[in-house]
Design a protein around this ligand. Structure first.
Ligand code: FAD
Length: 510
């Protein structure tokens, strides 16, 4: 039963934020009521922007389209698939292009293929490491000696419960050279984080746990199965990015085979459209262009002030429960007069920004018509390039542009180079072309290029993040009918955001 209702009717629940986390919260609220045979709660979702989906946005481009932010999600974590199933969207999903699988890493002598089966922090196939031109023989031997080196090192701490940075962890296990030329670019290409601050426990949980269990990643990788529990997999998607190069597939609970990564055939925005239509058909009130400005605790729950557009008068309304599915800093602002401890802990979660240059090239400008490019190129920080990574978007999925074109997305900024995000468009575009040419030869310039900037869009899971989240949970528990959802807490990937929304919905439903 609803925990506490206004006017004796069923629950009124406000979801603040219409990104994937907020929308998933609303879907779960409807589904839970259906499952329990209860009257539907009155759910209102408010989103400041005029569009839904938060950072998930698709833009038409020439005779195709391009994702401006996330372009796929993993199927190793079930929640995105489950959401698609709930709204009848499964048949709209397509896998990555098997034929063009693979990825490149920039070296001092051009781009080289990432060794097959290299799983982010664990080499699964030694033959491909030995054959690889990325590392010296000495670095390869150092990697092979991982179990013994670890035993000998003084600061090896078996069973340690202390969090550690990704950089320190990776160097300790695999040596400086493998870290610099292979592991750092792979991980940074995904997190765009500062490797010296990125928390192993929060961002690369599985590997930290593996060490605690077995000491050596190499030894444990020989014995472990690839199954993982749902909760320890905040980084499964990241690990899978590399497993994808090995060509494996995953099987969901129903036994259906899906590719490791899926995307909506017609773009993320079509998925968001499908979710919002489903929500409206199930009685959820969607208010775009509406910013929630103030939360005040009331006897039955929350008195909320929101404003439509910029000029309109504020609306005050009571709700039993509120889910804040906003970035942590936006939640902090709403909570600062209510709970200073909570607001301060939320504010302490740092965010990074990124700029993406989207370019359309003629395919025939690339050797082999670009067939050998794979899905993308990652650039080691040690090469001192402003380019973090380039994703070959049209190689990953069909239908993104004409078959004679190649669509690229080049990433700049991140935690290490925040100033690059503020470069003007021309400088970013020129830099994307120049830097890509350092490693991949092509003749003509792009036919068209566009820049998109994501400011404070990527929460940084610094060392100690998990403890901070525990503190935040503790403070949230002081407020009945309040829950948080979003990418700042227990995983940045789309599936984890959806899970955060589901957990928040369950929490406010009691
Ligand atoms: C460049 C980039 C690439 C990525 N690539 C991938 C990928 O390939 N695969 C993957 O799984 N993940 C990827 N991610 C991560 C993933 O896309 C995001 O973590 C996720 O989409 C965030 O969703 P969210 O709903 O938590 O937050 P957001 O999308 O940020 O939504 C929060 C919403 O809250 C609204 N809001 C804030 N304050 C208020 C207020 N006071 N009142 C009303 N509304 C408010 C905002 O306007 C916003 O729309 C990527 C992220 C980035 C930045």
């Amino acid at each position: 039963m609803p925990a506490h209702s206004l006017n004796g009717t069923h629950d009124k629940i406000l979801v603040v934020g219409g990104g994937i986390s907020g929308l998933a919260t609303a879907v779960r609220l409807v589904i839970r009521a259906q499952e329990r045979n209860q009257p539907r709660p009155n759910v209102v979702v408010c989103e400041s922007n005029s569009t839904w989906g938060g950072v998930l946005q698709t833009q038409p481009l020439h005779d195709g389209f391009v994702e401006l932010c996330a372009d796929m999600f993993t199927t190793k974590l079930p929640w995105a698939l489950q959401l698609c199933e709930a709204i009848g969207f499964l048949d709209q999903l397509i896998p990555t292009n098997e034929q063009r699988r693979g990825a490149l890493v920039a070296t001092r002598h051009g781009a080289a293929p990432i060794p097959a089966g290299f799983s982010l922090l664990v080499p699964q196939r030694w033959d491909s490491i030995w054959k690889s031109t990325i590392l010296s023989r000495r670095a390869k031997i150092r990697m092979r000696l991982e179990p013994w080196v670890l035993k000998l090192r003084r600061h090896f701490r078996p069973g340690s419960t202390t969090d550690e940075s990704f950089q320190s962890f990776a160097v300790r296990h695999w040596g400086q050279e493998a870290y610099d030329w292979l592991i750092q670019p792979l991980v940074s290409g995904i997190f765009t984080a500062d490797p010296a601050k990125l928390s192993m426990d929060a961002a690369l949980t599985e590997f930290a746990d593996l060490e605690r269990q077995s000491g050596s990643l190499l030894r444990s990788s020989k014995h472990r199965t690839h199954e993982r529990s749902a909760d320890d997999s905040s980084t499964a998607q990241l690990q899978d990015a590399l497993a994808a190069t090995a060509g494996t597939k995953s099987i969901d609970s129903s036994g259906v085979r899906y590719g490791l990564f899926l995307t909506p055939r017609d773009g993320m925005s079509r998925w968001i459209d499908a979710i919002t239509i489903w929500l409206q058909n199930h009685g959820v009130v969607l208010e775009s262009g509406t910013t929630v400005n103030r939360l005040v605790g009331s006897t039955n729950g929350w008195s909320v002030v929101r404003r439509r557009g910029s000029s309109s008068v504020p609306i005050t309304e009571d709700f039993n429960s509120v889910v804040l599915a906003t970035p942590a800093y936006a939640a902090a602002k709403l909570l600062q007069n209510l709970d200073a401890d909570l607001a301060t802990s939320l504010e302490q979660i740092e965010y990074a920004s990124a700029a993406i240059v989207v370019s359309r090239f003629h395919r025939n400008q690339f050797a082999d018509n670009g067939e050998q490019l794979g899905f993308g190129l990652v650039v080691p920080t040690i090469l001192d390039s402003p380019l973090i990574a380039t994703s070959f978007a049209s190689q990953k999925f069909p239908g993104r542009c004409a078959s004679s074109d190649l669509l690229t997305r080049s990433f700049f900024g991140g935690a290490l180079n925040p100033d690059h995000v503020e470069w003007d468009d021309q400088r970013l575009i020129e830099s994307s072309v120049r830097e890509l040419r350092r490693w991949i030869p092509f003749t003509a310039d792009p036919i068209e290029s566009h820049v998109v900037r994501w400011r404070r869009a990527m929460p940084q899971y610094h060392v100690g993040h998990r403890q901070r989240i525990e503190r935040i949970k503790h403070f949230v528990a002081r407020h009945k009918g309040l829950a948080l959802a979003g990418n700042a807490y227990a995983g940045v990937g789309i599936p984890q955001c959806i899970k955060s929304g589901w957990d928040a919905a369950d929490q406010v439903l009691g």
